[in-house]
Structure formats: structure tokens, C-alpha cells
Ligand binder design. Structure first.
Ligand code: ADP
Ligand code: GLC
Length: 479
């Protein structure tokens, strides 16, 4: 039996701000239970729903030395859908109204505490993993601590670590003096071949340097981040580690995202019945959002964090042209006020064609995946992307830019061979995107048979965790 511990800052169903939570919450369930004991450790945020906090049980607590401080570490546990989740409790650090405060220095201190507490808790819990699988910058110091403070002693001896990069843009960077003080790590670590990066200290870099293996969430992104454009200043290091770097594409939870059983949507359907039933979701959503009720209208959806990563400046550039009278646009998202206000404005201007829903709602996201004809995701970069996979699963045709995981998961439509599952464009160019939307619209209005075959192929594609979980299993064995 191999034992693996996932350490991360978010996981469904407990806390979610983006795709990281979907991955950390759904992947552990998909390993072969006879061979792998996979558990997950998260912070116990005060902002988690009461429901979950009430289900957790107290396991133990202790006081941990961290640099010159002594900090309380509480451990709670909860078994959910066959997976053991542990939660690190400390009200000083985890009582904000969101997991990330936006105050970088404070967030760095918080997750440094978490990283240290994860390792310190293991002997207390009595779980001795063979591999600690770390996710994103918040856990970047875990591989470093494993090679430092925790190296001696039988418990941690021979324990391996994996660093998975879900988004290289976020690295956890602050000045060296502060991070030395927060982490208690000696000067030895703060050189350019270790944690130092452009004169500052970089937590994710620490993870990439010290982990036994590095993965990211699609094959294309694994290549892209070796280049300056996508490498966010770490492309040199990523290239240097390329012998121990692999891209494993994400999957989604096929039980949660299943149009045949989903209780969030208006009308269930599957790959056989979508021709008749999917449209009922469109009509009901048009009614609920106050759009013109016309089941023939081409409806395009966006469900996204509203940030530059998602290519929304392209949308902004040609928004007037997109909002033509033969199209409806439904947006669900929160983020930069520039984009929130853009969509609000067009909702006001074209009230019966554009619907801006500037909030976060899991239920509404499912309704949109089910109701729309197409889903727009023109990202500047996209490590994997889950929304396009959810769209494919719901028979909603993705329109994407060919980058990262979008390139690996959406096969472009070829009208001559009648192949493909979506529409894509290559350059980061607003008019290329606009032409691609128009092309999709043209096929939708003028060649419904072909459109429905696109949906057939999209719904038949398998983006469950089946094959990717096997690849992680192989990696665990290899280490
Ligand atoms: P990222 O992790 O970069 O945000 P992904 O495509 O990997 O992008 O994952 C985004 C996840 O967050 C999806 O599950 C998507 O449905 C969800 N999501 C994003 N914005 C919202 C929102 N406003 N309401 C509900 N779900 C959202
Ligand atoms: C990040 C990326 C996204 C990816 C998700 C889960 O948030 O932006 O592309 O799908 O992590 O790995």
C-alpha cells in the first residue's frame, strides 16, 4: 500500500475559489483503493460553510516552533466520500472572510505556517506518507522543509515530494529578510540556485527546486512554461528540471458534472436525448435571466474568474461586435472591476441579449453549462482549464484559444472531415477570436446537423479522471 498526502489551500466541497479546488477535491477519490491510501490536508478556514465545520471532529493539538514564535496547531478530521481530510486549525491565520486576503505578505506568512504545520502534524496524526503531493505556491515550502528541519529522524526519512504547478503566475514572492524571519529558514536557502529569485524570496521556486518531481496540469503548459512568454521568470529553472517534469491533464468529477443526474439544472439529458431536452435548459435560463425567450437564439456562456489570464481584454476589444442581434451572451464571474463593469454595462445596454451575473454560484454555473450552445474561453494562458471540460460534458461547444490545456482538450472543428469537438484560434488577437465566434455561429444557424455532431463527439470524449489518475499512480510508483 502506497500512502500519499495531498497538501493544498483549497478543495471541494469545503472551500473553492477556482479549478485547484476541483482537482484537489476530486482526484483523490479516483485512485485504486487497494493500492493507494490518499489523504488530503487543508487549512481550517473560518469562512468554510458551517455545515462542514460541524461535521469535522477534533483530533489533537500542539504548539509548534516557527522561527522565534510558538504557534498553536489544531488538527481536525473528516472522512468524506471515502477520503480522509485533515484540517489545520489556527484562528490567528485562518479567520479571514476568504482563503486569500490579497495582502501578499500576510498570505505568505499564513501558508508558511500551514506548510510547516502540515509536516509537524504527521507524527501526531500517525500518518506516514511515502509521498507528499504539494499544490501551488501555498505549499511550496513543504519540499524545502522536508530537506531541512524534517530531514533527520526516522519518520521523514525517505519521504518524497511532488510539486504540482496549477498556475505559474502566482509564486508567493516577498523580500528575503521577511521570508527568512517568517519561515525560520537559514541564509543558506536564500541564494539564486534555491529560494532567491530576482533578489526576492520565492516560495514556489523553493518547491520546484526541492521537490523530487514537478508536474503541471497539461502537456502543452509543461512545454510552454519553458519559454519566457509563459515562464513567469522561472522558465530557466523549469527547463533545468525538465527531466523531472511532466504534464498530466486534469479531469473532472463525472458524478458531480453529469447532465443526466445534475439536480442544479432545469432538465436532465444525456448524449442520446440532448437534441430534444437540452434546449429546455436554454428556455428556462432565458426566462430566469430576463433574456429574450427564443430557443433558436445562439447562446454563448462565460463562467470565469474575471482576470487578464482569461483573455477578457480580447472580449472587451470587440464586445460591441459580439453583442450582435443574433446572439445572446450569459456571463457568470467575479474579479477585476474593469471586467465586472464591462459586462454590467453591456447588460444594461443590450438588456434582452446580454446577462451579467457578477457573483459566485455553483448552481448557476451548472445551469449555464447546461443551457448554452457555446462556451467562450479565449485565455491568454491556461494551465489546464476545467470549464471547457465541463462544457464538453454538457454538450456545450467550447470556443477557445489554442494554449495550454485548452489546446490539449478541445479538438478544432474540421468541416471537411467532420471532426473536432469545438472551435479554436491561435493568436492572441481580438478579431481572430471574433471570426471564430462568427464561424461557430454560422455552423450553428446554417448547419444544425454538423453542429449536433460536434456535440455528439464532445459528449463522447472522456475527461473523467480515469486515465490521468493512472498516470499519477505510475509516478507515485516510480518515485
Ligand atoms: P481557474 O482555476 O483558472 O479559475 P478552471 O477552468 O480550471 O479555471 O476552473 C474554474 C472553476 O471555477 C470551474 O469549476 C468554474 O465552473 C468555477 N467558477 C469560476 N467562476 C465561477 C463563478 N462566478 N461561479 C461559480 N463557479 C465559478
Ligand atoms: C489553475 C489554472 C487552471 C487549472 C486549475 C486546476 O487555477 O488557472 O487552468 O485548470 O488551476 O489545475
Amino acid at each position: 500500500m502506497r500512502r500519499v498526502l495531498f497538501a493544498a489551500s483549497e478543495a471541494v466541497p469545503f472551500i473553492k475559489t477556482g479549478g485547484l479546488a476541483d482537482v484537489v477535491g476530486s482526484l483523490p477519490k479516483c485512485f485504486n483503493k487497494d493500492e493507494f491510501d490518499v489523504r488530503v490536508i487543508l487549512p481550517k478556514y473560518k469562512c468554510m460553510a458551517e455545515k462542514w465545520k460541524n461535521m469535522m471532529t477534533y483530533k489533537s493539538h500542539f504548539y509548534m516552533d516557527l522561527a522565534w514564535r510558538k504557534q498553536y496547531v489544531g488538527i481536525f478530521e473528516l472522512e468524506y466520500e471515502g477520503i480522509m481530510f485533515y484540517f489545520i486549525d489556527n484562528e490567528y491565520y485562518f479567520s479571514g472572510d476568504k482563503p486569500y486576503s490579497g495582502d501578499t505578505k500576510w498570505d505568505i506568512e499564513k501558508f508558511t505556517f500551514f506548510s510547516r504545520a502540515v509536516l509537524s502534524s504527521l507524527p501526531v496524526i500517525g500518518f506516514k506518507p511515502d509521498i507528499v503531493h504539494c499544490h501551488d505556491w501555498q505549499t511550496g515550502l513543504i519540499p524545502v522543509y522536508m530537506k531541512d528541519k524534517f530531514r533527520e529522524g526516522e519518520f521523514f526519512w525517505n519521504m518524497k515530494s511532488i510539486m504540482t504547478i496549477h498556475n505559474l503566475k502566482f509564486q508567493g514572492v516577498w523580500d528575503i529578510k521577511t521570508i527568512k524571519d517568517i519561515s525560520g529558514l537559514p541564509s543558506y536557502y536564500f541564494t539564486p540556485d534555491k529560494l532567491e529569485s530576482y533578489k526576492d524570496a520565492n516560495l514556489l521556486k523553493g518547491g520546484i527546486v526541492y521537490a523530487d518531481y514537478v508536474t503541471t496540469v497539461s502537456a502543452t503548459y509543461a512545454e510552454e512554461i519553458k519559454t519566457p512568454f509563459y515562464g513567469e521568470g522561472l522558465n530557466g529553472l523549469i527547463s533545468a528540471r525538465s527531466n523531472n517534469l511532466m504534464g498530466i491533464v486534469n479531469g473532472i468529477d463525472y458524478d458531480v458534472y453529469n447532465p443526466a443526474t445534475d439536480s442544479c439544472i432545469y432538465k436532465n439529458y444525456d448524449a442520446r436525448t440532448f437534441r430534444k431536452e437540452k434546449i429546455k435548459n436554454k428556455k428556462a435560463l432565458q426566462r430566469d435571466l430576463g433574456l429574450e425567450q427564443d430557443e433558436r437564439k445562439f447562446m454563448v456562456g462565460i463562467v470565469s474568474r474575471l482576470t487578464d489570464q482569461k483573455g477578457l481584454d480580447l472580449v472587451e476589444c470587440v464586445m460591441e461586435e459580439i453583442c450582435s442581434d443574433d446572439l445572446q451572451l450569459v456571463v457568470l464571474g467575479t474579479g477585476e472591476s474593469r471586467y465586472e463593469n464591462l459586462f454590467r454595462h453591456y447588460d444594461w445596454k443590450y438588456n434582452n441579449r446580454v446577462s451579467a451575473n457578477i457573483y459566485y454560484s455553483e448552481e448557476m454555473s451548472h445551469k449555464i453549462y447546461a443551457a448554452c450552445d457555446a462556451f467562450l474561453m479565449p485565455s491568454l494562458f491556461e494551465p489546464c482549464g476545467l470549464s471547457q471540460l465541463m462544457s464538453l460534458r454538457y454538450g456545450t461547444v467550447p470556443i477557445v484559444r489554442e494554449t495550454g490545456g485548452l489546446k490539449d482538450t478541445v479538438q478544432p472543428y474540421n468541416e471537411y472531415e467532420s471532426t473536432g469537438t469545438g472551435f479554436s484560434f491561435r493568436n492572441y488577437n481580438a478579431h481572430e477570436m471574433l471570426n471564430t465566434i462568427r464561424y461557430a455561429k454560422h455552423v450553428y444557424y446554417n448547419n444544425k446537423r454538423e453542429w449536433n455532431k460536434l456535440i455528439d463527439r464532445g459528449m463522447a470524449a472522456d475527461f473523467s479522471w480515469n486515465s490521468s489518475a493512472k498516470r499519477y499512480e505510475q509516478l507515485y510508483y516510480q518515485l
